[in-house]
Write a protein that binds this ligand. Structure first.
Ligand code: TXE
Length: 485
């Protein structure tokens, strides 16, 4: 069967454009590496044009002077359009990222919820009056930050696009978004839906292109007021360096090497499922993946035996196949990287409990599949014990005491997220205080809502996505002091 290759354009200043040099990039289906779409490969000049469009829109009548509640209504409209188009969005997400349709549908629903949440907040971005010595009035104004650049990765394309686009618009900014070069399709559709919702031309610009060239041009442009970056710690540091040259504000959400801790008094059946899903969801391509499981010695043997059995039972296959439980990795290079980590682990002396290779099913040979993999005998000095693998690879480690597990859990440069399973509230609260992570889930895992802050400690990032406090990033505060004497 020949696949119809869809051709997309990018959105600049409210118009659908090709790249200024007509170059295109192919988008591949990770389950078989066939070309499914073509998108413009933007140039640095296109990046500049998009920023200029955003700048013009920022100061244009109809946006600069808009009633904030109208911004909320535009976002409400966009919420509805995302929901109406959720089937198409989920299919496109699976087609280019590889995750199962069930997961993509969940991501689209999450994106719609983010727009809905921020729709309600658009007219609640309040300043304050501050008590000062008499005969003066002192107050603060919360103004839009300005033009914000959003660099979106490939693992949760629509959810992460919505996570920053929604607050940026709610607060009155204008946006240039660069989706990942391998998963730009749902961002392009979001741009279309934003126009259909009535968001003025130029407020949302979507530029498709490479990270180094186009991403690099966007984050080093002095006309940009804020950069939201989600990606690797290494690129995040480069982005911060570029931003520093222009004193541009950054919000960074980088990787994780997250501990998922199980105490013997927990509901072990639920904990087992959670430890498995906490790493193998989205084939482990998650900043918040529970990639290091720590299991108490009293239950370690039986828990791990059951976990390995549950993991072997995961049905790996194309995301479009409704029976698949885990899709491929998003690209061939990701598959190579993950298999490279497995090799490192074996060479460093870790013990492989299951997986560790491409599946043998002949139907999966063209895709970027890797079997769900579990290692034991891993420590924090090994490459697989300290680097973010970003794939379906879990390490399991036995622990004896709370102090010991806290030390092991914190023995990483990252500090994004963590999970604890226990029925003892005292233990839960003690770990909440002692784990160096920006988010902790107790007796569940992989939970985040548009209203709850999400951000990392240590090398996992700066600032928070989601929740009212992220408005600190998307707005500037001006203090006004009026002498009334
Ligand atoms: O990341 P990059 P990659 C981690 C994960 C993964 C590793 C490498 O550990 O194994 O990063 O993945 C854009 N200026 N995460 O190579 O390079 C790029 O186009 C501006 C964690 O994909 O950081 C893409 O859109 N932008 C993570 C995005 O940055 C640049 C999600 C991420 O690319 C750029 C993804 C530049 N110089 C990977 N270079 C998470 N926190 O969830 C690249 N980009």
């Amino acid at each position: 069967m020949t696949v119809q290759i869809q051709k997309y354009k990018m959105l600049i200043g409210g118009e659908w454009k090709d790249s200024s040099n007509s170059a295109v990039s192919s988008i591949l289906d990770p389950s078989n590496n066939e070309v499914v779409a073509e998108v413009p490969r933007a140039t640095k000049q296109d990046a500049k044009t998009a920023i200029e469009s955003a700048r013009t829109a920022l100061d244009s009548a109809g946006w600069v002077d808009i009633d904030p509640s109208k911004r909320g209504r535009l976002l409400t409209k966009l919420t509805g359009l995302v929901r109406e188009n959720s089937e198409q969005l989920a299919r496109l997400e699976t087609l280019s990222e590889g995750k199962t349709l069930r997961e993509s549908k969940g991501d689209v629903a999450w994106a719609a919820r983010a727009f809905e949440y921020w729709a309600g907040l658009a007219d609640k971005v309040e300043g304050e009056t501050i008590p000062v010595p008499p005969k003066r009035l002192n107050y603060t104004l919360r103004e839009p930050l300005g033009v914000t650049v959003h660099i979106v990765p490939w693992n949760y394309p629509i959810a992460l696009a919505a996570r920053s686009l929604a607050p940026a618009i709610a607060a009155g900014n204008t946006v240039v978004m660069k989706p990942s070069e391998i998963t730009p399709l749902t961002s392009i559709i979001l741009g279309d839906l934003a126009l259909k919702a009535g968001i003025p031309k130029g407020v949302v610009n979507i530029v498709t292109g490479s990270g180094a060239e186009v991403g690099g041009a966007l984050v080093s442009d002095p006309q940009v007021d804020g950069i939201v970056f989600t990606g690797s710690a290494e690129t995040g540091k480069q982005v911060m360096e570029s931003a520093a040259k222009n004193v541009t504000r950054v919000l960074l959400e980088l990787g994780g090497k997250n501990p998922h801790i199980v105490f013997p008094d927990a509901d072990l059946a639920r904990a087992g499922k959670s430890v498995r899903d906490g790493i193998f969801t989205n084939a482990g391509q998650m900043c918040w993946a529970g990639s290091r499981a720590f299991i108490h010695e009293n239950v370690y043997d039986s828990f791990v035996k059951d976990l390995v059995a549950k993991t072997r039972a995961i049905k790996v296959g194309p995301g479009t196949d409704e029976t698949s439980e885990m899709g491929p990795l998003a690209s061939k290079s990701r598959q190579d990287v993950v298999l490279g980590f497995v090799k490192d682990g074996l060479e460093e002396g870790a013990s492989l409990l299951c997986g560790g290779k491409r599946p043998t099913d002949p139907r999966l040979q063209k895709g970027n599949f890797v079997e769900p993999t579990i290692f034991e005998n891993v420590n924090g000095q090994m490459k697989i014990g300290c680097d973010e693998i970003f794939g379906p690879v879990l390490s399991v480690t036995k622990f004896k005491t709370l102090d010991e597990v806290v030390t092991m859990a914190n023995e990483t440069d990252y500090g994004l997220y963590g999970g604890v399973w226990t029925s003892n509230l005292k233990v839960a609260h003690e770990l909440a205080a002692r784990l160096q992570v920006g988010g902790l889930a107790v007796n569940e895992y992989l939970v985040t809502f548009p209203q709850t802050p999400f951000g990392g400690y240590k090398d996992s990032g700066i600032g928070h996505e989601n929740g009212i406090r992220s408005l600190e990033f998307y707005t500037r505060t001006k203090n006004v002091s009026i002498n009334l004497s």
